[in-house]
Design a protein around this ligand. Structure first.
Ligand code: AHR
Length: 496
C-alpha cells in the first residue's frame, strides 16, 4: 500500500489575496467564438439580448467570469475599432487574415462587446492594435469608452451612437504577441514602441487608473522579459502578459479526443511547466521591479490540439476531455499559489475555440469538463491564499515522471476554507491527508469531477457525460482530513 500524501496546511497572516481575475476568459474574432458563439444577431431564432446568446450568457454568469479579453489575440493587431461603431449597414467589412481568411461584417464592435460585458457582469479587457494601428487610434478608443459625455469629440460620438455613460475600461493590452503576429518585433524595438503608445493612453499620473499591459514573453523567452523590464519605465506599465500553451508539437499537435497515454503525458508536462515559467519570469521581474509594482498576467493559456476533423483548420475548433480538466485544475492551482504576482489569467478561449468552456452547434450548447473545473474553482476568487506544503508521489510514464498531485487552498470572506486537489495519474488513486489542525473545522463538503476514461468528453448527443458529483468520502478526525483521490480527477472541498 502506497503511503498517504501528507499535506501541511500553513495559514499565513500576510498571505496574498487570490485575484478573481485569475479566473478570466478570452474571446477573439476567431472561428465561431464571436460570430455564432457569443453573437448570433438580433434576428436569430436563438434566444438573445441585442444579438448575444442568452444560454452562453447564463452559463458564463454561473462561472462568475471576472473579465473578458477582446478582440484578440492576433486579430487585435489588424483591428481598427472605428470600423465597428455606428450604423451596422454602414460599417466596412474586414478580412480576418489570421483565422481562415473569412470576411467579417463588423456587426460586433465596441458597443456590442462592452454592452455584452455588462450583461455578463464582467470587466472588459481591450487589446489595442499596435501592430498596424496608431497611438492616436488607441488614445481615441480610450476617450470613446472612458471619458464622460460631452468632454471631447470621442465621447460625443459615443453619445451620438446611443451610449451616454462611459463604460470605464480599466484593462488595456498594448499590442499582442509583439514578437510574432503582433509585428514580429525584437524586444528592444517593442519596448520603444510600447513606451510611445503607453505615453498617449492617459495623463502624467495615470489619473484614470488604467492598467496598461505589455505584450510579454512566449513561454520560456526570458530575454523578452529581461529587455522589457529593463527598458520600460515603471510609471508606464502596470502589467506584463505571458502566453503559454500546452502543445505537443506545433507541426503535429495530436487529436483532441483520441489521444494516447504518451500524448497525455506530454501535454501534462507542458501544462506543469507553468510553475517554472512563473518562477523564472517573476525572478527577472523582481530584479528590475523589487517593489513588485508590475503584475504578471498570463493572458493566454490552455491546451492546443489539431482541429476537429471536418472543421475549418483556421477556426481552431477542438473537443475538450478529462485531459483538459487536468490542465485546468493544475494550472489554476499554480496561479493560486503564485497569487502574489499573478494577478490575471485568461483561458484561451471562452467559446468554440481551443480549450473552450462552452461549445455550440447552431441552437445547441454544451459545457465542457474545463467549464466544470472553472465552476468548482470559483470559490477561490478573491479569497486569501493558504499556502500548502507536501511531497507529491510521481506519475510515471515510460522513463519519465511528473508530480501526480497538485493542490491549492484559500479562505474566503465568509470564513470558509477551500481546497482544490488534482490527481493527474492515469491509473493510480492516491490517499490524501490534510493536516487542518490549525483551522478549527467542523463541517466538510466535497465535489468531484472524474470519468471512466481520460478521453471522456461531452458531445451534442451526450451533453452530460462528464459532470461534477458530490463527493462524500471525506473523513474529518483529530485535525486531519482524509480522502482518496481517484485517477485523473479533480476534487474541491469546502470546510467550515
Ligand atoms: O488564441 C489563439 C492565438 O494564439 C491568439 O490569437 C494569439 O495571440 C496566440 O498565438
Amino acid at each position: 500500500n502506497a503511503q498517504a500524501v501528507a499535506i501541511k496546511v500553513e495559514p499565513q497572516e500576510d498571505a496574498p489575496q487570490i485575484s478573481k481575475h485569475i479566473y478570466g476568459h478570452f474571446a477573439e474574432h476567431l472561428g465561431r467564438c464571436i460570430y455564432g458563439g457569443f453573437y448570433v444577431g438580433e434576428d436569430s431564432d436563438i434566444p438573445n439580448t441585442a444579438g448575444v446568446r442568452m444560454d452562453v450568457v447564463e452559463a458564463l454568469r454561473e462561472l462568475s467570469i471576472p473579465n473578458l479579453r477582446w478582440p484578440g489575440g492576433c486579430f487585435a493587431d489588424t483591428y481598427h475599432w472605428k470600423d465597428g461603431i455606428g450604423p451596422k449597414e454602414e460599417r466596412p467589412s474586414i478580412l480576418n487574415i489570421w483565422w481562415g481568411n473569412v470576411r467579417e461584417d463588423n456587426s460586433f464592435g465596441t458597443h456590442e462587446f462592452l454592452n455584452m460585458c455588462e450583461l455578463l457582469g464582467t470587466e472588459p479587457y481591450l487589446s489595442a492594435n499596435v501592430g498596424s494601428g496608431t497611438p492616436q487610434e488607441l488614445a481615441d478608443w480610450i476617450k470613446y469608452t472612458n471619458h464622460p459625455a460631452g468632454t471631447s469629440p470621442m465621447p460625443e460620438l459615443r453619445e451620438e451612437y446611443g451610449r451616454e455613460e462611459p463604460w470605464k475600461v480599466t484593462y488595456w493590452g498594448i499590442g499582442n504577441e509583439a514578437w510574432g503576429c503582433g509585428g514580429n518585433m525584437t524586444p528592444e524595438y517593442y519596448s520603444d514602441v510600447y513606451r510611445r503608445y503607453a505615453t498617449f493612453t492617459t495623463d502624467w499620473r495615470n489619473s484614470d487608473g488604467l492598467v496598461r499591459v505589455a505584450s510579454g514573453a512566449s513561454s520560456s523567452d526570458y530575454n523578452w522579459t529581461e529587455v522589457l523590464m529593463k527598458n520600460i519605465p515603471k510609471n508606464l506599465i502596470e502589467a506584463m502578459a505571458l502566453h503559454h500553451y500546452s502543445v505537443i508539437d506545433w507541426g503535429n499537435k495530436g487529436p483532441s479526443t483520441e489521444f494516447s497515454e504518451g500524448q497525455y503525458f506530454t501535454i501534462m508536462e507542458r501544462a506543469l511547466l507553468m510553475e517554472e515559467l512563473i518562477q523564472k519570469h517573476t525572478a527577472i521581474m523582481d530584479k528590475h521591479d523589487p517593489e513588485q509594482k508590475v503584475a504578471l498576467f498570463v493572458d493566454e493559456w490552455g491546451g492546443w490540439y489539431d482541429p476537429e476533423p471536418g472543421t475549418n483548420p483556421g477556426f481552431l475548433y477542438q473537443q475538450n476531455t478529462m485531459r483538459d480538466a487536468m490542465i485546468a485544475g493544475t494550472t489554476l492551482n499554480i496561479f493560486n499559489n503564485h497569487a502574489d504576482r499573478v494577478k490575471m489569467a485568461n483561458l484561451a478561449q471562452a467559446v468554440n475555440v481551443l480549450q473552450a468552456v462552452i461549445l455550440t452547434d447552431e441552437e445547441k450548447m454544451i459545457l465542457t469538463p474545463t467549464y466544470h473545473v472553472m465552476r468548482m474553482y470559483k470559490v477561490h476568487q478573491d479569497a486569501t491564499l493558504i499556502p500548502l506544503s507536501f511531497e507529491s508521489p510521481e506519475y510515471t510514464h515510460e522513463d519519465k515522471s511528473l508530480p501526480a498531485i497538485s493542490a491549492s487552498a484559500s479562505r474566503d470572506a465568509a470564513g470558509n476554507t477551500h481546497f482544490s486537489l488534482v490527481n493527474i495519474d492515469s491509473e493510480k488513486a492516491h490517499e490524501i491527508q490534510l493536516d487542518v489542525s490549525g483551522l478549527d473545522l467542523s463541517k466538510v463538503l466535497g465535489e468531484i469531477l472524474s470519468a471512466d476514461k481520460l478521453q471522456d468528453h461531452n458531445s451534442f448527443d451526450n451533453p452530460d457525460k462528464v459532470h461534477p458529483e458530490s463527493f462524500k468520502k471525506i473523513q474529518l478526525k483529530g485535525g486531519t482530513l482524509s480522502l482518496e483521490i481517484p485517477p485523473f480527477s479533480v476534487i474541491v472541498i469546502t470546510a467550515k
